[in-house]
Design a protein around this ligand. Structure first.
Ligand code: GLA
Length: 413
């Protein structure tokens, strides 16, 4: 058990929790009602699957997507819950004279690809933008929303990520350079337009908003169909990015629930130079946040230890808990953050993250159970070692730098 002795309290003042400037304060929205009109039959728990962007970026091909589908099955990830195979940007070709969008040469036959993915018991996702162009400068859906939604449905698409991209310049600031409220109205209308178009197809399609958490999207997104909405700019496969995004999620828990989720961006587990501890923190905390678990790594070349992280059933069960109550940050003590999540059946998950840089420190961190609303010794299970653990008040914890203690308490008191 990683308990007793040694944890750094050096540089306790180094960590701050300031949200980046693009995230407007929640109170700014003029659309607070957020009546839940998102399709109730999809995303009752956070969507799980794989997305092409974080590993392949603009180079993804149909074969890569087929390989990913194969690997989801072969690795046991499908059995662990990873169902959506999502193609991100750069599949798009040109529109013909009738405005019908075609795929580019990297994706010769989208219907055949959808059939293949479905034949494995998986679902297929796709990507577009409300603007004239996607972020990678491929064709967007502006003025073709209904046509594109019908096209997706005809292929058998199950998930759409709709990425603001050029809509901002081409429509919001072009039509209303100085009026921020009008710009926001235009953006909301654009997301609603695609929601109407998707619903008109009659096909259940998960609707994922990607506009980087601007204008308190968590307040109005669900009312215009969002099953999930990005809360941040793009994630990168490094500790700084992951830890910054994590701390931006504090305060957003109240907006998430079955059918409508905060999306702190896709997983980087297994990408870049993340250490195993960093991968564990990332995966554990995305589960605590009830985040979509969309793996973004190179599945055919996945290392066993990465597969072990991505398929940790106890951690996935936290993410997928049917109550859908996202974790809140209970307190931070210098370099150490403690998050708690209420689970069905009265259970609770406690996550203690050591964000400190010092791997050889001698100062222990003492867990204050009263700050979590708990009294006396709590019996639980360490979800990374699998071992039983007793958390006693003020106990010293040893957690390596950039690593986590994740405990599930069945009967907290
Ligand atoms: C934006 C999104 C990313 C990805 C790229 C594709 O940057 O935030 O997740 O979809 O566009 O171009």
């Amino acid at each position: 058990m990683r308990i007793l002795a040694s944890l750094s309290v050096v540089a306790m003042s180094l960590i701050t929790f300031t949200a980046p400037a693009q995230v407007a304060p929640a109170s700014k929205s003029s659309h607070p009602s957020a009546a839940k009109t998102a399709q109730p039959q999809v995303a009752q728990t956070p969507p799980m699957g794989w997305n092409s962007w974080n590993f392949f970026h603009g180079n993804v091909t149909e074969q890569d997507v087929r390989n990913a589908a194969d690997q989801l099955v072969a690795t046991g990830m499908k059995d662990a819950g990873y169902i959506y195979v999502n193609i991100d940007d750069t599949w798009e070709g040109d529109r013909d004279a009738d405005g019908v969008l075609h795929t580019n040469s990297k994706f010769p036959d989208m219907k055949a690809l959808a059939d293949y993915v479905h034949s494995k018991g998986l679902k297929l996702g796709i990507y577009s933008s409300p603007g004239p162009q996607t972020c990678a400068h491929y064709a967007g859906s502006l003025d073709h929303e209904a046509q594109d939604a019908q096209l997706y449905a005809s292929w058998g698409i199950d998930y759409l990520k709709y990425d603001l991209c050029s809509f901002r310049e081409a429509v919001m600031t072009a039509k209303s350079p100085d009026d921020k409220d009008e710009q926001m109205r235009l953006m909301i209308a654009a997301y609603k337009k695609m929601d109407d178009a998707l619903k008109a197809t009659g096909r259940p399609i998960v609707y994922s908003f990607c506009q980087y958490g601007w204008d308190a999207v968590w307040e109005w997104g669900p009312s215009v169909g969002a099953n999930l909405w990005r809360t941040t700019g793009d994630i990168q496969p490094n500790w700084n990015s992951i830890y910054t995004i994590l701390n931006m999620q504090a305060g957003l828990a109240q907006y998430a629930g079955p059918g409508h989720w905060n999306d702190p961006d896709m997983l980087e587990v297994g990408n870049g130079k993340l250490t195993l501890g960093e991968n564990r923190v990332h995966f554990s905390m995305w589960a605590m946040l009830a985040a979509p678990l969309l793996a973004g790594n190179d599945l055919p070349n996945m290392k066993p230890e990465i597969k072990e992280i991505l398929t940790n059933k106890d951690v996935i069960a936290i993410d997928q808990d049917r109550l859908g109550r996202e974790a809140a940050r209970a307190y931070s003590d210098g370099e150490v953050d403690v998050w708690t999540r209420h689970l069905s059946g009265g259970a609770m998950a406690i996550a203690v993250v050591n964000a400190g840089p010092d791997r050889h420190s001698t100062h222990p961190f003492h867990l204050d159970l009263a700050k979590l609303g708990l009294h006396g010794t709590q019996h639980g299970q360490d979800l990374w070692t699998g071992k039983e653990v007793d958390l006693t008040d003020n106990m010293p914890l040893e957690i390596p730098s950039h690593d986590i203690l994740l405990v599930r308490i069945a009967a907290p008191k």
